[in-house]
Design a protein around this ligand. Sequence first.
Ligand SMILES: [Zn+2]
Length: 562
Amino acid sequence: MHRSALPELPFEHFLSFAEVTGFVEALASAAGPDLVELSRLGLSREGRALHLLTITDRSTGPASAKPAYLIHGNIHAAELSGTHAALYTARKLLADHREGRSDLLREMAFYIIPRINPDGAEFVVGTSGSVRSRTDRSRRVANTLYQEDVDGNGLILSMRQEHPDGPYALDPEDPRLLVQRTVESRPPFYRVYPEGRVHAWDGSDAIAVEGRGFDWNRNWSFDWRPEPEQWGAGDFPFSEPEMRALAEFLHGRPNLFAVLGYHTGPNAVLRPPSTGSDGDLDGGDVAMMHELAEMGSARTGFPVVPVVKYHVNRVGQKDINLRGHFHNFGYHHLGLFVFEFELGTLVNSAGVTTEEVFATKNQQEYEAVMRRVLSWWDRQDPSRRDPLFHPWTPYEHPQLGRVEIGGMLQRHLAGPTLSELATISAATYEFTLAHAACRPVLSVEEVTAEVIEGPIRRLRLRVANRGRFPTHISAKGRSLRRLQPVRVEFTAGPGVERLSREGHSNLGHLGGLTDSRVLEWFLRVPEGAGWLCEVGIDAGTAGRRRLRIAADGTVEALPVAP
Ligand SMILES: [Zn+2]
């Protein structure tokens, strides 16, 4: 069979929606339908495809019959690095399979959603403007500034305007930067807005910025709270169609044992809980998720942080308690150990650790960090990328009059440099392999068909889980009804009579590594019977299997329905 080369994934610039689409199509086409299925979860609000790559070696069964691992990226619009990291894993899984470095795709499946927020990402890729997940621009509010490329240079930067009440002053150490005004500050003082236009402005100073914002990582059903208790929550759990599509997909996959999301805050391996404390969860689950997160830390060098402790510049503040967060949904509603990698920001690239960022006690200390970032950037090769800082340039704004447009490019600040991202993506891929190595593994052992007397046979087999995770994955998973226990269905061969009462068995959940059940059936087998029976095993997170057992006890694997 002709095998075309897998497309290269360049770590040179952030990808537009068209480029992401081009890459997933090229990857699927090069790898072929035996390894990759390209489909979509649904459509975004603006009608873009929510690309889904289903990756498994179909010669050993469909994805739905194997333990599965889901990766999603870019739920937050500006966190474009997540798309690269997710696509890196998709490509690397296929490359490793092709080159014989791994058998993983024969045994399990990956669902990869590189860009769950294509609309928000497209806004950021195209303009460098700021949006969390979505901004409601359809119902514009009076006296509110909406981002727009006013000066037509293709970018949304910042606008500063001198004003006696301005809360910002020039940084005495690096006048490119603005710092928070203090009693020692000297004029000029500035007010600062994103580049844009004020909707239905009455000419007053009270200008709000942007309309209602949405954070799709606060739109999940566990412990969801409306605004103002939780900023960005949305109207109700899963009010955002992209999140609803992802939730339905997750709930429709009983074979799913792990979920990983890619984000780009200061680098960290995030684990549950996202509200409360470890003490609210099962102790064994906390120990396991911490151990798994440490595997991520060992490979990336990132610190392990429970979501509630992910404090950016908030020393002395209470835990953040993010309501309606994906982590709590993943643990409490799916029963899985879910993780998020914060892939880092330009601050980390400049040599400032996440611990240092978290340890900043006030705005002045944080401003010192930004000074370090800018001076580090000045020392980088300027020929390879667009500048981080755009000089403040006078502009006659149609509403505000004289302003200056410039400042830092948000698109750069929101993630690590792309060359570092390649290294980071390779490290997080190694974490995924280590996490995947813990999957439940269905094993059928010791199949015997013993002659008892005349035509009477005793068929025995052992059904085991030889993976590290139990089939219920976590203690929480055992208590949820979503993760199904192991079931066995017995069908007698032609002319074979089953004497034992039970044709189907519910084995319950199988623990990790050392748990098995021996099944036994007595059969009356006519002379010359071709095969004794078929045995179907549905082991939930450990996948599904269908076996045909011959009169001499030999076992043949049958295809499993998708
Ligand atoms: Zn994020």
